[in-house]
Structure formats: C-alpha cells, structure tokens
Design a protein around this ligand. Structure first.
Ligand SMILES: [Zn+2]
Length: 303
C-alpha cells in the first residue's frame, strides 16, 4: 500500500475504523468482558466536542473502545494517522526514523517515537521462529554495530560498539540479534534457540569457536582472504549483505540508536527482509499483528 492508495482507501476516520474492526474481529465483534456476540457501535461527544466511537455490549453493557487491549490502546491519535505511519514504516525499505515520521504526520517527536515503537512491535517475527532445516544451507557471522566514540581510537571504538550475530538461510529468511560479545558462550545460546538441528550445512568464516559448535561433515569454513582474492566473493555473502543493508539503514535513519532498542530495530529489519516480495501485503500483515499483540505503554519503552 502506498500513501496515495492509502489516502484513497481511507479518506476518513469512519473508513479506517471499519477496516480496523474487520481486521480485529473477522468473524464479528465480541464483547471483551463476556464474549457476547451482539455489540453496538455508539458515538459519544467528549468535552472538547470530539466524537468517540465505542462498542456497547448488549448483554453485560460494557463500553469498550475498538482499540482496547491492542497495541493501539489508549492512543489519542486518529486511526488515519496510525495507518499513515504504518504505511511509511512498511514502505521504507531501509526503515524510517521517528523524526521523519513526526514531520510527515505533523506530530511531536515524542509521540512519533512511541508510535513507531508500537508499530515496530508488530513487525517482529514470532519468538519461536527457527532457521535452517533439512536441505537448507545456513550462514552464520558476526558484525559490530554502533558509532565510534571520539578520542578513544580504534580500540575504544570497538569497545563502545555492539556485537550482532546473524543467521541467514541462503535464499531464505534471516535472524539478526544483539549479543554481549562474540565469545563462544554468548553465540551458542542464540544458535541453540534459532537454528534448526536438522540443518544440512552451516557456513562460517575461519573463526575457531565455530569448529566445536557443528559436526564436521555439516560445517563449511570459508577463508575470506582467499575467497576475496580469487573470486571477490565470500561463502558467507548472504549474511554479510544483510549486515551491510542494515547498517546502511542505520546511517540514514537512526542517528541516536541506543543499544537497548537495537534488538527491536534488528527485528523490524529482519521482518521486512523476510517478507521481500510481499510488499503489497505488509500493511495488512502489520495491522493484523497489531490486533493480536498486547499494549506497549510508553513507560515500558524508556529505561
Ligand atoms: Zn459483554
């Protein structure tokens, strides 16, 4: 969905709300308290003469907002602005910064920041997702992310950077995750959780720690120096490309990225990457996730 078709499809709040209700309750609205299937949409006027649309349960009488208990929970922004933000985030291939979203929507940076984080929450793979499997080749590598601190030289720079481990199926999905260090004992738990044990081949660089992690007959070690010299190619090209794509997005968009939020940004990046070719459906996919995922209050985002 691009911005033009978004504006045509949802020219007003009513149309956006109708679409949201259908996304959240594809089989008809049910009461949040008693699960009754007869709920009526009612309109009330607030003190500022703003119109609020709520459901009233015909059985227990509960009034509830169509966005209650979802990621939209308690938001004062109109749905049309939410939809616009979702479109901006799903269409931007390398991601979009909160300050850009703030400018596009005419809202404050703080509001945009919270908004983006809540949408980002719906652009994350399920925790249970695994990579690899029978007849799948997987590449594993690490990279450093983050800025160099002034006056600390190269060594100090490396210290202030964050290590990210990447697992990439060739022609498939990827998973990037922040780890404490590139040491064996920090990488292993990630692989245990994310890598399918039946994976046919694992490709890494020559780093010694990987040797003890995989059975010899399923482990391919690429020596980057020779590969680059001979073919200008490395055997972990897929995961390296993903790293550099993520970093290019970082340079342009997330100037003040804190290490604490890095995992969410990585998650968003992977989610979008894993759905390449599904561009026209990303808006609906995100909205569906927003209907099923829990609220994310501002206080839970700041540390
Ligand atoms: Zn009820």
């Amino acid at each position: 969905m691009n911005l033009y078709s978004l504006a045509k499809t949802f020219p007003n709040e009513e149309m956006a709300l109708a679409f949201w209700i259908k996304t959240r309750w594809p089989n008809g609205v049910r009461c949040l308290a008693c699960d009754h299937d007869k709920c009526y949409l009612i309109e009330t006027k607030g003190t500022t003469r703003k119109i609020y649309r709520k459901f009233e349960c015909a059985d227990c009488g509960l009034h509830f907002s169509p966005t209650a208990n979802t990621i939209f929970h308690d938001s004062h922004l109109p749905l049309t602005k939410w939809f616009m933000a979702i479109t901006l985030m799903t269409e931007a291939k390398k991601g979009i910064s909160a300050s850009q979203v703030a400018r596009h929507l005419g809202i404050t940076y703080k509001t945009a920041w919270h908004l983006c984080h809540r949408i980002r929450e719906a652009m994350q793979e399920p925790k249970s997702m695994k990579l690899g499997g029978e007849s799948v080749t997987v590449e594993i590598d690490e990279t450093y992310v983050g800025g160099r601190r002034r006056g600390q030289g190269v060594k100090g720079g490396k210290k202030s950077k964050t290590v990210v481990v990447g697992i990439a199926e060739r022609d498939g999905s990827i998973h990037l995750q922040r780890v404490k260090s590139s040491k064996d004992w920090h990488i292993r738990p990630v692989l245990r959780e994310k890598l399918d044990k039946k994976t046919e081949k694992v490709v890494t660089d020559g780093d010694k720690k990987y040797k003890s992690m995989f059975p010899k007959d399923r482990h391919v070690v690429g020596i980057h120096k020779h590969e680059l010299y001979n073919k200008n190619w490395t055997s972990t090209q897929t995961v390296e490309n993903a790293f550099s794509l993520f970093k290019r997005g970082l340079v342009g968009n997330y100037h003040q990225l804190s290490a604490d939020h890095l995992d969410r940004y990585l998650g968003e990046f992977c989610w979008r990457y894993n759905r390449r070719g599904l561009q026209p459906w990303l808006f609906n996919m995100t909205l569906e996730n927003m209907a099923t995922r829990k609220p994310l209050p501002y206080k839970d985002l700041i540390f």
